[in-house]
Write a protein that binds this ligand. Sequence first.
Ligand code: AFP
Length: 330
Amino acid sequence: MQRLIPVLNKDHVPLHLISVINTLLTAAKEISHRLHQGSLAGTLGSTLDENIQGETQKKLDVVSNQLIKNMLLETNLVRAVASEEEDDIVEGNPDAKYLVAYDPLDGSSNIDINGSVGTIFSILEVPDHPAEGKDMFLQTGDEQVAAGYILYGPSAMLALTTGQGVRMYTLDHTVGEFLLTVDQVKVPKDTREFAINMSNSRFWNKPIQSYIADLIQGEEGPRKKRFNMRWNAAMVSDVHRVLCRGGLFTYPADCRNKKKPCKLRLLYEANPMSYLVEQAGGRCSTGYERIMSLQPTDIHERVSVIMGSSNEVEVCLDYHKKIPCDRFDV
Ligand code: AFP
């Protein structure tokens, strides 16, 4: 089986970008090791702190964030990092060209129950136009030069795109290498599987309520076929399933907290996952706009997300076109 670096060389990926990706994978191997040790590593459970998102930080959130941040900045190839666990960006080498936005441990609520979690990353270049501090990161998802995730499941798997399709690699613990296991990922255009947190249904807007209600009616409803549902409470795990066998994943805006109608973050969750899904032939939208066309206004900006099998996403977007509603995410 092919190792990662020869594959990226064949794709003519710039050497410094390969080095940044490889550094992320070195951190991921350490995170994978600590996760697989579980309680034995003494890193389960929560800290007494909250991150900028207002979420209680798990010990492994903090450990994973430090590992990734320190390793990336030590390469001297990274101009700055933006992390879910950092209030502001952390500056690196002022002459470097790469920016890395990442969620160090997505799905943290699964850590203490031995559930799947993952690291999501998005790599940009410092913009040509003069930009300082966090403004450097305020680029559309179309500007990404690489994106991916490492899913720490029964096996540790990397899904990666540098704009030439999506490949998946599996960590071989004996040699400590990510080996190519899926060469060109393709998301099936149709699906009978959707992923959503149903407990929020009374807070959704009308288009999503109507779309989901029709899915649940199955053969007797307007879709005239039965659908299945999954919800792993970790975007990395749910989107990995979509990449592997199709499906529609959505975390729509809701009116639980009018100040924070959306949950998923644009820069280090929605954009990197959208890059992967679109490169694999899928479709990604907020319900009204293509996600990777959005112009970010803040590094921790949140968006509503609908992504996956292109024909099914199209059906969901039709509900948004036809049903007038009060948008919470504007
Ligand atoms: P945590 O990292 O705080 O567990 O949040 C994970 C996440 O951002 C995303 O990975 C999941 O799809 C979604 O939130 C789960 O949200 P719910 O807990 O509301 O289902």
